[in-house]
Design a protein. Sequence first.
Length: 119
Amino acid sequence: QVQLVESGGGLVQAGGSLRLSCAASGRTSSIFAMGWFRQAPGKERDFVAVINWSGGGTNYADALKGRFTISRDNAKNTGYLQMNSLKPEDTAVYSCAVRSRASFTYDYWGQGTQVTVSS
């Protein structure tokens, strides 16, 4: 199993920045990719970004390209989501998740961290 713990959320004014972290522990050798997702109140969970854990290749939700950057530090078993030029509509609970190479779905999820952007 893999355990994930997010941190870095909080309250920020519009135009500000936050960096979220996702620390992985347990069977980290099984991680193939780490993704970030967000869920706003009353809405479905949306994909934000994903990174290949070994190669570092990334993919983003089209609407977030240019403002959000996903990265990882393999030595620390930690993934990051840098969020710039934040808007009130970015307010949501942000969660990280990982999947193994053999899986087509995300196997393990963190508990989520709240990001609130004030106008």
